[in-house]
Design a protein around this ligand. Structure first.
Ligand SMILES: Cc1cc2nc3c(=O)[nH]c(=O)nc-3n(C[C@H](O)[C@H](O)[C@H](O)COP(=O)(O)O)c2cc1C
Length: 182
């Protein structure tokens, strides 16, 4: 079984990005395990603390380092990624670099019609920085627009076309992961 981690890009209880990762964890349970990581539990990055960041940061970085791949679900906050997600990525860019060479899939969910397209563009740039140096799945953008109307009461996506597109993106990601291992 492939072990992946899913980074929840927001820190509030009602996050549709967390819902999306939970949905993916269930739907693709026969293909990979998905352990959700909560950047909201991390302290604010400071260079004063980078050599002794504490147990929450250590655990987060170890989980990323030990995973075969990473799925990041990002909301869009004021045309970029939320501060809480950027904070986690900054912790992964100093002293230890657990995302270096790691195969990453980006997904995103937003209330508006653009479905995180600007945040996802920024996230690709950030992940491409020299101190992070992740390998992001190219050519696939899973954008969930109008997120409040996309899930039923059980947390299931309701639109068959959306589900089919997610299936396609996940299949591409798994091929991308396997290509690395060949
Ligand atoms: C501080 C803040 C800024 C936001 N800025 C944007 C934005 O730039 N574009 C957008 O589509 N939605 C924006 N939204 C609405 C988000 O799409 C919405 O909160 C969405 O549910 C975020 O994902 P989540 O459900 O995982 O929290 C913003 C929300 C907040 C709280």
């Amino acid at each position: 079984m492939i072990n992946l981690v899913g980074i929840v890009g927001n820190n509030w209880s009602g996050s549709t990005n967390r819902q999306l990762l939970q949905y993916m964890r269930t739907r693709y349970a026969d293909r990979f395990s998905l352990t959700l990581l909560e950047p909201g539990s991390l302290p604010l990055f400071s260079q004063d603390d980078e050599n002794a960041p504490g147990p929450a940061v250590e655990a987060f970085r170890q989980a990323v380092a030990g995973a075969a791949g990473v799925i990041i679900a990002t909301p869009e906050h004021n045309h970029s990624i939320p501060a809480v997600l950027k904070n986690a990525l900054d912790w992964c860019s100093r002293v230890e670099h657990p995302l270096a060479g790691k195969r990453v899939m980006i997904v995103g969910s937003a209330l508006g019609p653009m479905g995180t397209v600007r945040a996802q563009g920024h996230l690709r740039q950030i992940l491409d920085s020299p101190a992070i140096a992740a390998h992001v799945l190219p050519g696939n953008e899973f954008l969930l627009a109008g997120a409040h109307a996309q899930f039923d009461a059980q947390g299931q996506l309701t639109n068959p076309q959306t589900i089919a597109f997610l299936d396609t993106c996940v299949a591409h990601y798994l091929a991308f992961l396997n290509a690395e291992q060949e």
